[in-house]
Design a binder for this molecule. Structure first.
Ligand SMILES: NC(=O)c1ccc[n+]([C@@H]2O[C@H](COP(=O)([O-])OP(=O)(O)OC[C@H]3O[C@@H](n4cnc5c(N)ncnc54)[C@H](OP(=O)(O)O)[C@@H]3O)[C@@H](O)[C@H]2O)c1
Length: 206
């Protein structure tokens, strides 16, 4: 599957490594596709890099792994992404870890409003980037929640979460992003309290 990942930092590179390893055609959308670090990453994992507008062309999936304030610029460059599955990995937080959108809407819903013809799924926002390289804890796969309004898009994202090595858990409609976005604050707070970024959520079932 052709996957465009916008942003090649902690999250974008982590997803790119995992998905390229599973045989997906990964293209990074970047402001500077010739950036030496990005070129080296692409060479190491068998990916390519391009300006945002060409990276998203014909991509079945577009993962947004940029700082939340950059989304407006990215959407302007990417166009309306009609039909594409857009995975929103961003966390819109202000200084002091305050949520930009609170609980009456969410970054993901606001993004969906900007690109109504795309199919936005929230995922990969509530774990540290280090978990993307190794989401297995004592033999158990960490949970990665996702939510969205399009069943077909969610099924594809479910598989992409498995491709990274997580246990995917469907958290319902896109409005559930109001709950998944604050979950990152729980993760950060726990990481600070426990003094480690080697931690992840797990939904227990029986
Ligand atoms: N780090 C984590 O543990 C973590 C966990 C969950 C979710 N998140 C969320 O994931 C997102 C990315 O976080 P990160 O830690 O990966 O950030 P990061 O390491 O700072 O990387 C950000 C990437 O976005 C690119 N970028 C910035 N503005 C851009 C623009 N206007 N157009 C195109 N590309 C642009 C940067 O490229 P340049 O080289 O051009 O600056 C860089 O490749 C954030 O929303 C963050 O809240 C992070």
């Amino acid at each position: 599957m052709k996957i465009a990942i916008i942003g090649s930092g902690h999250i974008g590179a982590g997803l790119g490594r995992a998905w390229a390893k599973r045989g997906h055609a990964v293209v990074f959308g970047a402001r500077d596709p010739a950036n030496a670090e990005l070129v080296a990453l692409c060479a190491a994992i068998g990916a390519t890099a391009a300006p945002v507008a060409s990276a998203v062309r014909d991509a079945a999936v577009v993962a947004l792994a940029v700082p939340a304030p950059a989304l407006a610029e990215v959407v302007a460059a990417a166009g309306d992404l009609a039909g594409a599955i857009v995975i929103d990995c961003t966390n819109a937080v202000e200084r002091g870890m305050a949520l930009t959108y609170g609980h009456t809407t969410s970054a993901a819903e606001e993004l969906q409003r900007r690109i109504p013809r795309a199919r936005v799924v929230k995922s990969f926002n509530a774990q540290g980037a280090g978990n993307l390289a190794d989401p297995i804890y004592a033999g158990v796969a960490a949970t990665n929640f996702y939510c969205g309004d399009d069943a077909d898009a969610k099924a594809i994202v479910h598989g992409l979460i498995e491709d990274v090595g997580f246990e995917p858990v469907d958290a319902g409609p896109l409005a559930s992003a109001r709950l998944l976005e604050p979950l990152m604050i729980v993760w950060v707070t726990a990481a600070q309290a426990l003094g480690t970024r080697d931690l992840a959520f797990k939904l227990l079932r029986r």
